[in-house]
Design a protein around this ligand. Structure first.
Ligand code: ATP
Length: 348
């Protein structure tokens, strides 16, 4: 089901947690709400669920205005970070719960409920554990039960709030892959909250990057990673290095010297140059970025070095394809393969 969020504002005691947020969530997609702590991700999810009401704006489910509807009327599947399973119920009872408490008119017969719950336990690869209680499962298994329980009611929309946040890195990575597979098989419209950019890049069809109660950018993982729309998005999605440059008549300048990168036509003046540490090439060209290595550390399979550049002690980081001894100073010239320029806003 499509979900349309139209100019939604949410205030808590006059504190604006969301400012006029608009977002179209497409039927069947998995969209990640991504942003730092306090950016409004959970608030937006709770508004979609009906757990909070907007101060202003509307929320549509398909063509229906759901803004005034209750949680139950919205037919939402919800999974939270801290598995809210019923401790006194078996796994099978947990998964069946949402169907069992339906009004008699829409409740399937008991045999059908059991069959559906067993099918879902099979889908989440927990067949055989249906008679256990939640405290007899690992954290990762409990989150899989929570997902099966959310899917049992055949929700129009599935909402996941940091569902793997409390799990260790290895289990998290496994569940991420697994969730993507389940999504591809079941095709539910899914909204996934995370502050982990790697998780969002790997899992989602589209990312919605949020900051301070606003949407900064919405797009596919590739579009957001490769063409971030703002310095904030560049720095938040992936690693970044930044330098203050000047846009000259046809090239970029640092301290009045060409850095060997063309300037886009039509603009001039100060700008912020951003690039990814891994996306550079070494060069011996005179017109290039050059500086002294001041620090060096290992990052995964590469060596990341800090380079002091220009007259103002500005530092950037780049990855080297060879091992650079930590603590050794040497001069390096390089050029970003891809970069982005952002205007410097005039000070008010
Ligand atoms: P996190 O990643 O830490 O969960 P988030 O991006 O999900 O953060 P929200 O929980 O949506 O952020 O909070 C957004 C802002 O709204 C925060 O400044 C928070 O303090 C505030 N806020 C959220 N819920 C309430 C509430 N019930 N009462 C008052 N302020 C709230």
């Amino acid at each position: 089901m499509d979900v349309r969020i139209a100019k939604v504002r949410k205030e808590f005691d006059r504190f604006p947690a969301l400012h006029d947020v608009s977002l179209d969530i497409h039927s069947g997609e998995l969209i990640a709400l991504l942003g730092p702590s306090g950016s409004g991700k959970t608030t937006l999810l709770r508004l979609i669920a009906g757990l909070e009401m907007p101060t202003d704006g509307r929320i549509f489910f398909g063509d229906i205005d759901a803004s005034e509807k209750t949680v139950q009327e919205r037919n939402i599947g919800f999974v939270f970070q801290h598995y809210a399973l019923f401790r006194h119920m078996t796994i099978l009872e947990n998964v069946s719960f949402g169907l069992k408490v339906r009004p008699r008119s829409s409740r399937p017969p008991a045999g059908e409920i059991r069959r559906r719950a067993m099918e879902l336990l099979d889908l989440v690869q927990l067949s055989g554990l249906e008679k256990r209680y939640p405290n007899q499962l690992s954290g990762g298994q409990r989150q899989r039960v929570a997902l099966a329980r959310a899917l049992a009611i055949e929700p129009g929309v599935l909402l996941l709030d940091e569902p793997f946040g409390a799990l260790d890195a290895q289990v998290r990575r496994e569940l991420r892959k697994w969730l993507r597979e389940i999504h591809d098989r079941t095709g539910h419209t899914t909204v996934f909250v995370t502050h982990d950019q790697e998780e969002a890049l790997e899992l989602a069809d589209r990312l919605c990057v949020m900051s301070q109660g606003k949407i900064e950018q919405v797009g596919t993982p590739d579009a957001v990673y490769d063409t971030p729309s703002s310095p904030f998005v560049f720095g938040f999605i992936g690693e970044s290095s930044e330098l203050p440059v000047t846009i000259g008549s046809n090239e970029l300048l640092l301290d009045g010297r060409s850095v060997g990168l063309p300037a886009s036509s039509g603009t001039s003046g100060p700008a912020r140059l951003f690039f990814r540490p891994h996306d550079v090439e070494l060069t011996d060209d005179d017109a290039a970025l050059a500086g002294e290595v001041t620090a060096s550390r290992r990052v995964g399979g590469t060596r990341r070095v800090e380079i002091e550049i220009g007259n103002n002690g500005q530092k950037v980081e780049i990855d080297l394809p060879f091992d650079h001894p930590a603590g050794q100073r040497s001069r390096i010239s390089f050029r970003p393969r891809r970069w982005r320029l952002f205007d410097v806003k005039p000070q008010a």
